[in-house]
Ligand binder design. Structure first.
Ligand code: SAM
Length: 195
C-alpha cells in the first residue's frame, strides 16, 4: 500500500480497500448543534479533502452554498454517488494547486489537516489564509494529540496557535464526545477567525 499521504494514490488505495477508519458514514458528533451556532452570518462553505462527504447534504440543507474538493478519484466517486442529484457540488482538485481559488465565509475542516504530514502544515495554513474571507472562519474538528507517526498526524492546541498565528485568531474551542476510536478522546471543535 502507498505510504506517502501527500499522494492521491495513498488515499485511492484506502478507499478501494475500505480501510477508512476516519469514516463514520454519518454526521460527526454534535455536528448539527455546532454548525447552527456558526452559520447565521454565512452564505458559503468550502469542504477541502471532503472524502465521501457525509456532511455536504446537511450543509446544503442549511441554505449554504457548498463547494467540496478532494484529489482522490475514489473519494470523489464515493461523494458523488452519495450526493446523487447534487453530485456537482464535488470537484476533483488538489487543495494546494492554483485550480483551487476563491474566498469562502467558512472553510470546514475534518480529518484533512491530520491527513497531511507535518511538513505540509505551513502550506496548509497559508492556503487557508487565501481561501477564508477576512472575518470569516476556518472551523471544524481538529485532532489534538501530539503523534510521532500518522496519518492521522495530531498536534497540540499551542502548536496550532503558532501555525495559524500570522492569519487567524482562535475564537472558540469545544471538546467533542462520541468521536470515532481513531480520534477519541482527542477531537475538538475549533473556530479560527481570519483577521
Ligand atoms: C482522512 S480523509 C478525511 C475525509 C473527510 N474529510 C472525512 O472527514 O471523512 C483525508 C482526505 O483528504 C484528501 N486529501 C489529502 N490530501 C489532499 C490534497 N492535497 N488535496 C485534496 N484532497 C486531499 C484525501 O484524498 C482524503 O479523502
Amino acid at each position: 500500500m502507498a505510504q506517502d499521504s501527500r499522494l492521491s494514490s495513498f488515499w485511492d488505495m484506502r478507499y478501494q480497500q475500505d480501510v477508512t477508519p476516519w469514516e463514520s458514514k454519518q454526521l460527526p458528533p454534535d455536528f448539527s448543534r455546532l454548525v447552527q451556532a456558526l452559520i447565521p452570518d454565512k452564505k458559503t462553505v468550502l469542504v477541502p479533502g471532503c472524502g465521501a462527504a457525509y456532511e455536504i447534504d446537511f450543509l446544503r440543507q442549511q441554505g449554504l452554498s457548498v463547494s467540496a474538493i478532494d484529489f482522490s478519484e475514489e473519494a470523489v466517486f464515493r461523494a458523488r454517488q452519495h450526493l446523487g442529484v447534487h453530485a456537482d457540488l464535488v470537484t476533483r482538485a488538489d487543495f494546494f494547486s492554483d485550480e483551487l481559488s476563491g474566498m469562502w465565509d467558512w472553510v470546514y475542516e475534518r480529518a484533512f489537516l491530520c491527513a497531511l504530514p507535518v511538513s505540509s502544515w505551513g502550506a496548509y495554513a497559508q492556503k487557508m489564509s487565501q481561501l477564508v474571507k477576512p472575518q470569516g472562519h476556518l472551523a471544524g474538528y481538529f485532532f489534538l494529540r501530539p503523534t510521532l507517526k500518522g496519518p492521522p498526524f495530531g498536534t497540540s492546541l499551542d502548536q496550532l496557535k503558532t501555525l495559524f498565528q500570522p492569519w487567524f485568531t482562535l475564537q472558540s474551542q469545544c471538546p467533542v464526545s462520541g468521536s470515532l476510536p481513531v480520534f477519541s478522546p482527542d477531537e475538538s471543535w475549533l473556530v479560527w477567525q481570519r483577521r
